[in-house]
Write a protein that binds this ligand. Structure first.
Ligand code: WQD
Length: 343
């Protein structure tokens, strides 16, 4: 038995999961098992992780909604000391069209993994949550005491419900300690240019829409409204580099492993604290790519919050987390990944 912490990463072949695995493997005390069903990813990601880190990832193709399969996973990989749970569908518009698929997939998989944790004595759990739990906010920046709002979509509700399920498990099983990390807008890619947002389904998120337009896969970026009450009329978001998000997950699981006095359940925001408008994001891309982007102003997108950005002082205080990749680096790394995909 190695003296390393064996961490199960669910959704490990996906965008944030794969970047988190790289962060885990870059530190001496972790080994990784990844579980993914490739619904929005591919096992090719593990080969790219090996190229980047020189290390193998143990992995299993599994539907986490299959309770017996999850039980077998924990038996096949004994000694798991912590779980980082990314596996979930994440498209807001798709969740509006397919609520049953989103509630079933995102909640049943979470419950199955949590049940296995309690059955196999896994005491540390990090949950991939979202700033979408805050909805449209009155006062900014948002901190963890900002009340959770009524969900704007089934996807958003699976994060609200997921946090509640997690909290309830920590009450029922006092040995289980958990942190829900509420991401703001993850963007960018690993500096190697070998991994990034997985291009399986047409993206809705702004940054991949920008890079796909710039490379010619889409003919334009439609800016969803420029008549909002913001400095340039377009919506404000808190973009945070995926490598910073990944580092926060490692800090969080390490924090729980090393702090017996940690709260049984806690929530922590992951944002930079800087609000960026859509037009500012587009200008940043044009600056780093050195080319103009074809975009036009279109109608508002329903469900968009006008502005949201984070007060992440709690992440700094508890985890020692300091996001250090600026917007230009998010854009340049996203562009490098898009160029790699085009090879
Ligand atoms: C950003 C801004 C759009 C596309 C998403 C997830 C949410 C959370 C954060 C995971 C908005 C504008 C976008 C386009 C545009 N992720 N936009 N034209 O909606 O803030 O939230 O990321 O937990 O759950 O839904 O991200 O990138 O879709 O939009 O004008 O073609 O860009 O209106 O203002 P969003 P986004």
């Amino acid at each position: 038995m190695s003296n390393k912490q064996r961490i199960l990463v669910t959704g490990g072949a996906g965008y944030i999961g794969s970047h988190t695995i790289i962060e885990l493997l870059s530190r001496p005390g972790f080994e990784v098992v990844s579980a993914d069903n490739y619904s929005n990813s591919s096992s090719e990601t593990y080969r790219r992780i090996k190229t980047i880190t020189g290390k193998d990832v143990a992995y299993a193709e599994i539907d986490l909604c299959d309770r017996q399969a999850v039980k077998k996973l924990f038996e096949d990989f004994p000694g798991i000391t912590g779980v980082i749970h990314f596996a979930a569908f994440k498209s807001v518009p798709e969740s509006v069209e397919k609520p049953a698929a989103y509630y079933r997939n995102n909640l049943v998989s979470l419950i199955n993994v949590l049940e296995a944790c309690t059955a196999y004595g896994v005491a540390r759990f990090i949950f991939s949550s979202s700033c979408s739990v805050y909805g449209n906010i009155g006062s900014l920046p948002v901190n963890e005491d900002t009340p959770v709002a009524a969900a704007e979509s089934p996807y958003g509700y699976t994060k609200i419900a997921g946090e509640q399920i997690l909290k309830d498990f920590t009450v029922a099983f006092p040995s289980l300690h958990a942190i829900a990390l509420r991401y703001f807008n993850p963007a960018g890619a690993h500096p190697s240019g070998l991994i990034g947002e997985i291009p399986l389904n047409r993206p809705n998120n702004l940054v991949p829409v920008i890079t796909r337009t710039a490379i010619g896969k889409q003919n334009e970026v439609v800016v969803f409204g420029d008549d909002y009450d913001t400095r340039d009329g377009t919506c404000i978001r808190d973009y945070v580099h995926v490598c910073d998000i990944a580092e926060a997950h490692v800090l969080a699981i390490d924090y729980l492993q090393k702090n017996a006095g940690a709260k049984a359940y806690d929530v922590i925001n992951l944002g930079t604290g800087s609000g960026v408008t859509v037009l500012e994001a587009i200008k940043a891309f044009e600056r780093v790519a050195g080319k103009p982007l074809n975009y036009r102003i279109g109608p508002r997108r329903s469900g968009d919050v006008i502005a949201i950005f984070s007060d992440s002082s709690k992440a700094h205080r508890i985890l020692g987390w300091n996001p250090h990749h600026a917007l230009d680096e998010m854009m340049s790394s996203a562009w490098k990944w898009e160029l790699h995909l085009a090879k």
